[in-house]
Design a protein around this ligand. Structure first.
Ligand code: NAD
Length: 507
C-alpha cells in the first residue's frame, strides 16, 4: 500500500461531449473536409470533446479574415476607451461562465477543478488589466530639436497576430496574450492545442457577446501541422506569439524568418530553487512541494530542481518527502484534489523514461518513481517523485521532464549555487530561500532567469511582466511590457514653418 494521499473517483455524471468548431470571420464552421478529432479525458478515459480538425484552407481563411479586419480599421481605429469597454465586458462574461469553462478545462487537461476555477478567474483579471492598458497607449514627443522642429514617436498596433498555445494552461496562457494584443488594436488568429481546444472556443462565443466585431479574433482548431505551421509562415501575418516547447518554438522562429515577422516565444524551463541553511525551512519545503507538483509538474515554471546547502540537504529532503506524501493526488473533479492526471499516455511514458534513465545512471529514488493508479479511475497518474544522488550532467537534471519529479543537488557556497543555476540551456525562473537580504540580492543579480523569486515561488501578477532568457524564450508577456510586444513604433518628424534652406542652390 502506497503511503500517499489519494482522492478516489467522485461519483458524478459527466457533461455531454463539447462540440468545438472554427470561428472564422464571425462564423462558426466545420472543416471543409469534415475532419474532426476527439479528446479523451486523461483522468476519466472517455471522450469529452470533439473538435473540427482544420487544415491549410481554414488557417488561410482565418488569416484573410484577420487581415481584412485589421486593414479596414474596424478595431485598430477604435479609441482605447472603446476597446477597453469590450475587454471589460469579456472579463465579466468569463466570470459569469467560470464554472462551465473550468469543468471542460479539467476534463480535457486533467487538472484539478479548484485549480481550473482559479485559473479562469485569474484570467478574467488579466482581461481587466489589459483593458486598463488600452487607455494608456502613447508614445513620446521631442520638443527640443530646434525652434522649427517637432517630432513625435507614435505607437501603433503591429497588425495581424497569430497566437499558438499549449495544453498545460490553455485558458490562462491565451489570456496572457489575446487581451493584450486586442488592447493594442491588433487582430488575431488563435490556435489552441489540439488536446485542449474547448475553453478557447467558449471564449469565442463570449467575445461576440461582448460586442467584438467579427473577424477581429478568429479561431482555427487542429494540429501544429498544418494549422500552426501556416499561422507561423503566412506573409499576411505580422507577428507570431507562441507558448510551448523549445523545439517547436525554434521551428516557429525558423518558419517566421522567411518573412521576418516578429516572433515572441514562451518556452520551457528547468527552474532551480536554492535553499540556504538560514532560510525559513518550513516555508521553503512547502514552496518546493508546491513548485514541483502544481499541475502535475506540467508547468513551464515547475521548480523541478532544488539546490540545497550540504549542511541541511538530508534533513530538508526528508521534510520534502514527508510533505509530498500529504499532497492530495487523485480525481480532478473532487474539490479537495491538488494534483490531477498526466495529460496523455505518451507523456506519462516520457516522464517514466526520464526517471528510469536517472536510476540507471545512479540516482536514488527517495519517493515515488512510478505511475499511480487512482481508485475508480485509470492509471494515467504519476506518483510524487523525489530523486537524490543526481549529478548535474544527468538528463534529469538538465532537461524539462514536465512531470511531478524533483531532483536534488547540493552546494556549499553562493558562487557554487549560482554556477549550478546557470549551467542550463534554459533561463525561465529561479528562486532563492534565505533570511539574509544580501544573499537574496546577490543571487537575484547573478541568476540567469527572466523571473527571480526570493522566499516565495510562482507568485505572479498581471502588472509584473513574465518571460525567459536563453532557450526559455524571446520577448515578454503581461505587464506594460506585454502590451509593448504588440505595438510597432513609428517616428513622425515635422518641420514647423518653411524654415529649411533649400538643398539645391538654384544657379
Ligand atoms: P508543443 O510545443 O508541443 O505545442 C504547443 C502548440 O504548438 C500546440 O498548439 C501545438 O499544436 C503547436 N504546434 C506543434 N507543432 C507546431 C508547428 N510545427 N508549428 C506551429 N505550431 C505547432 O507544447 P505543449 O506540449 O503543448 O506544451 C508544453 C510545453 O510548453 C513545455 O515545453 C512547456 O515548458 C511550454 N510552456 C511554456 C510556458 C512559458 O510561459 N514559458 C508556459 C506553458 C508551457
Amino acid at each position: 500500500m502506497l503511503d500517499l494521499t489519494l482522492i478516489p473517483a467522485v461519483q458524478t455524471t459527466l457533461p455531454p461531449v463539447f462540440e468545438a468548431r472554427h470561428l472564422i470571420d464571425g462564423h462558426w464552421q466545420d472543416s471543409a473536409d469534415g475532419a474532426t478529432s476527439e479528446r479523451l479525458s486523461p483522468s476519466h478515459g472517455v471522450v469529452v470533446s470533439r473538435a473540427a480538425r482544420g487544415g491549410k484552407v481554414e488557417a488561410e481563411a482565418a488569416i484573410a479574415a484577420a487581415r481584412a479586419a485589421f486593414d479596414d480599421g474596424r478595431w485598430s481605429q477604435l479609441s482605447g476607451k472603446a476597446r477597453a469597454t469590450v475587454l471589460l465586458k469579456v472579463a465579466d462574461l468569463i466570470e459569469a461562465n467560470a464554472d462551465r469553462m473550468a469543468l471542460i478545462e479539467t476534463l480535457e487537461s486533467g487538472k484539478p477543478i479548484t485549480q481550473a476555477r482559479g485559473e479562469v478567474s485569474g484570467a478574467a483579471d488579466l482581461w481587466r488589466y489589459a483593458a486598463s492598458l488600452a487607455r494608456t497607449l502613447h508614445g513620446d514627443s521631442h520638443n527640443s530639436l530646434g525652434a522649427d522642429m517637432l517630432a513625435v514617436v507614435l505607437k501603433e498596433p503591429i497588425g495581424v497576430v497569430s497566437i499558438i498555445t499549449p495544453w498545460n494552461f490553455p485558458f490562462w496562457i491565451l489570456s496572457q496574450k489575446l487581451p493584450f494584443a486586442l488592447a493594442a488594436g491588433c487582430t488575431c488568429v488563435v490556435k489552441p492545442s489540439e488536446l485542449t481546444p474547448s475553453t478557447t472556443v467558449i471564449l469565442g462565443e463570449l467575445l461576440a457577446e461582448a460586442g467584438l466585431p467579427a473577424g477581429v479574433v478568429n479561431i482555427v482548431l487542429g494540429y501544429g501541422q498544418p494549422v500552426g505551421a501556416t499561422l507561423a509562415s503566412d506573409p499576411r501575418v505580422d507577428m507570431v506569439t507562441f507558448t510551448g516547447s523549445t523545439a517547436v518554438g525554434r521551428g516557429i522562429a525558423a518558419a517566421a524568418s522567411a518573412t521576418l515577422k516578429k516572433v515572441a516565444l514562451e518556452l520551457g524551463g528547468k527552474n532551480p530553487q536554492v535553499i540556504f541553511p538560514d532560510a525559513d525551512l518550513e516555508s521553503a519545503a512547502d514552496a518546493v512541494v508546491f513548485g514541483v507538483y502544481f499541475n502535475v509538474g506540467q508547468c513551464c515554471n515547475s521548480g523541478s530542481r532544488i539546490i540545497v546547502h550540504e549542511d541541511i540537504a538530508q534533513d530538508f529532503t526528508a521534510r520534502v518527502v514527508t510533505l509530498s506524501r500529504q499532497v492530495a493526488f487523485g480525481d480532478p473533479l473532487d474539490p479537495a484534489t491538488q494534483v490531477g492526471a498526466i495529460v496523455s499516455r505518451e507523456h506519462g511514458a516520457k516522464i517514466d523514461a526520464y526517471v528510469s534513465a536517472a536510476r540507471r545512471a545512479g540516482a536514488q529514488v527517495a519517493l515515488g518513481g512510478a505511475a499511480l493508479e487512482v481508485p475508480g479511475l485509470g492509471a494515467q497518474f504519476y506518483q510524487p517523485t523525489v530523486l537524490t544522488g543526481v549529478t548535474p550532467d544527468m538528463a534529469i537534471a538538465r532537461e524539462e521532464v514536465f512531470g511531478p519529479v524533483l531532483t536534488v543537488l547540493t552546494f556549499r557556497t553562493l558562487d557554487e549555487a549560482l554556477a549550478l543555476v546557470n549551467d542550463a540551456d534554459y533561463g525561465l525562473s529561479a528562486g532563492v530561500w534565505s533570511e539574509n537580504v544580501h544573499t537574496c540580492l546577490a543571487f537575484a543579480r547573478g541568476a540567469q532567469a527572466g523571473t527571480v523569486w526570493t522566499n516565495t515561488w510562482m507568485d505572479g501578477f498581471p502588472e509584473v511582466t513574465f518571460g525567459g532568457v536563453k532557450q526559455s524564450g524571446l520577448g515578454r508577456e503581461i505587464g506594460p511590457y506585454g502590451l509593448d510586444e504588440f505595438l510597432e513604433i513609428k517616428s513622425l518628424v515635422m518641420r514647423i514653418g518653411r524654415t529649411r534652406a533649400p538643398w539645391v542652390r538654384p544657379r
